[in-house]
Design a protein. Sequence first.
Length: 430
Amino acid sequence: MKVDTQNIGPCKVKVIVKAEADETRKEYGEVMKAFLREGRVPGFRPGKVPREIIKREFHKEIMEEVQGRLFRALYKPALEQAGVKMVALLDVNDMLFSPETGITFTMTADTEPEFDLPKYKKIPVSFDEPAVTEEQVDEQIDRLRKAFAKFEEASPEHAIAGGDLVSIDFTGLVDGQPVHTLDEAAKPISEGTGFWVQIEEGRFIPEILDALIGMKAGDTQEVKFKFDKDHPIEALHGKKAVYSVTVKSVRMRLPTQDAELLAQVKLESLDQLRDQTRARMLESAVQAEKHRREQTVIEFLLKKADFDLPESRVSEEINNTLDRMMNEAQYRGLTREDLEKNREAIIENASVTAKRQLRLRYLLGRIAEQEGVTVSDAEVDAKIQALADEYRSTPAQIRAQIEKNERMGQLRAQLRDEKTMQSLLDEAKK
C-alpha cells in the first residue's frame, strides 16, 4: 500500500491511499462469493447465476460493498503508515476501485496538534497556608443573623437605615426621556411602583440606596448621578440621570437573638456554631487556595505554549462550553431574549474559553505521556463511588450512565489530568 500526505492547513491533512490489486483481491473475492450465492436473477436458481451476469446485474452494489470493506480495512493502517494522528475524519472522496488495478481514495482529516512542551518542572508557585481568623468567623455569623432576621413596620418617624426594607416609587430620566428609551434592557431600573428594596450594597442603584438613608415614609427626593462607564447596559455608559424617588413604607430589620439563631441552624450553643462555621470556612479557603495554585500553573503553561488546534475539536469544545454557559445563564434567571441580545459576546467568550481548555488538555496529556502518568481501574472505581455519593445514586447506576454516554474515556482523561496537575504542583518551585 502506498500512502502520501499533504498538509492543507493547521492540524489538517489530506491522505492519498493506493492499494494494488493483490492487496484488494481477498475482499473482492469474498464479496463476489456472497453475491454469487445470494444474488437473485429471473430465470436462474439461487447460487446458479453465471458470474458475468452477477457482475453485470449487481455491478453498482458489488462496487459499493467492496469499496466500503476496503476502506474500513485500509484507512487505519494507512494513517499509521503515514504517521498521522487523526482526531476526526472530515471527508473521503476520489474513491476508485477495479479488480485489475486495486483501489485509491483520499481522506481529509483533522490531526493532533504538534508543539514543543515548555519546561514544566519547577514552575514558580507561591504556597499560602489557608487560614480563617476569628474576625472572619464573626462576619460570617453576622451574615447568618441578617439572613434569618425578621422585619416589622417602622413608625412614621423612623429614619431609614442600613438593612431596612423600603417600598419606593421611582422614575428615572436621561436627557428628559425615560431611561428605558435608551435600551429596553434598562426597563427594570427605569421606573417602579411599590418597589421593595433592601438597603444593602448591590441590591439596587448605589446612588439611590445612599439617598434613601435618612429618609422617612412619605419623603420624596431628586437624585442626580452619572451611570458608571462599565455599567452592564452599554447604552447607559457615562449618561447623566435624574431620578425622582418617593418612600412609600419602611420595615425595620430586627436583630436575630442567639436562641433564635441557634434554633434556625439546629445547634445547641454559639461555640458549636463558631466551630462549624470555622470548619466550613476553612474548607472553602483550602479549595480556593488549591484553585489559585492550579491557575498559576495553568497560566504559566498557556503563556509558554501557543499552538494551532484542530477545528473539529474546537467546534465540539465551543458547543460544550456554550451549553454550560447557557445553563448557567438560565439558572441565574436570564431570559432567551437576554441571551440572544448578547449572542455575539457569548459566542466569543465561549470560543476563548474553549480554546484555553482544549490547549490545556493537550498540554497536560503530553506531560502525562512524558512522565508516565496513568489511571488505574481502582482510581476510576473510587471516582465513580464519589459521584454516586454526590448524586445519591449507586456506583452501578453511575457507571452504566457513563458507559451509555460513551464518557468512560473522558472520565479517565479527567483523572489523568488531575494527577498530572498534582504532580506539577508537587514539583513546583515554592
